[in-house]
Write a protein that binds this ligand. Structure first.
Ligand SMILES: C[S@@+](CC[C@H](N)C(=O)[O-])C[C@H]1O[C@@H](n2cnc3c(N)ncnc32)[C@H](O)[C@@H]1O
Length: 206
């Protein structure tokens, strides 16, 4: 087990990121869902209907899921990201329930969702909030519901104060296995050719 304490990073000013940067300059932002995500949604593994997208940014995954007929709620702490996402959904002609707020603070009914999507929210959370984050994901999911994590991995060498935490497999097991059956952890590149990342589909233990 890798138990070295992690160096804490400064929390980015998310409002500033989305208000001041051109979308093309936001490294994680993409106007297409990742191929692995499309493959998962098109597979028979999960048939999600009621979905929560955490840290949805400008709404790309949420809009894709809504276009597939799902009932999607998507939350981001940045009001500007949510404003942009709302405009994109309108343009795409789909309905998404967008919420501007902190996932750890906004109240959701227990066991409301059957799928929670997380493209890059867990890996920017302070290590001190990780257990609360996992507990909350578990609480809002129905029994046997699925959580899909996409995070930077510890195989990624380059990092700086402004990049996400690099998450190890040990951290994934330690934080999530209390609540979830942690499935296969796959090596992928962020956005196809970017930083080394992991994806993992987990199901809530009942
Ligand atoms: C790396 S970005 C990923 C955004 C989006 N999922 C994507 O793939 O483009 C992380 C996102 O999490 C949001 N975020 C950070 N802390 C949050 C919190 N406590 N609750 C909800 N969203 C949060 C940020 O505003 C940012 O949009």
């Amino acid at each position: 087990m890798d138990e070295r304490p992690e160096r804490m990073k400064k929390t980015p000013d998310w409002e500033k990121v989305y208000s001041e940067r051109n979308l093309a300059q936001i490294p994680w932002n993409s106007d297409k869902p990742d191929p692995e995500f499309i493959e998962l949604i098109d597979s028979d593994k999960i048939r999600p209907y009621c979905i929560l997208d955490i840290g949805c940014g400008t709404g790309t995954d949420a809009i894709y899921l809504a276009s597939k007929g799902a009932n999607v709620t998507a939350i981001d702490i940045s009001r500007e990201a949510i404003r942009i996402a709302g405009g994109k959904a309108e343009k795409a002609g789909v309905k998404v329930n967008f919420i501007a707020g902190d996932f750890l603070k906004v109240e959701f009914d227990n066991e409301r969702f059957d799928f929670v999507n997380d493209r890059g929210c867990f890996h920017i959370m302070s290590p001190l909030r990780r257990e609360d984050f996992a507990a909350k994901v578990s609480r809002v999911l129905k029994g046997q519901g699925f959580y899909y994590l996409r995070c930077w991995s510890d195989k990624q060498e380059y990092e700086n104060e402004g990049t996400p935490y690099r998450i190890s497999k040990d951290v994934i097991y330690r934080i999530f296995s209390k609540f979830f059956d942690v499935g296969e952890i796959r090596d992928v590149r962020w956005g196809g050719k970017g930083p080394w990342s992991y994806t993992c589909l987990m199901s809530k233990r009942v």
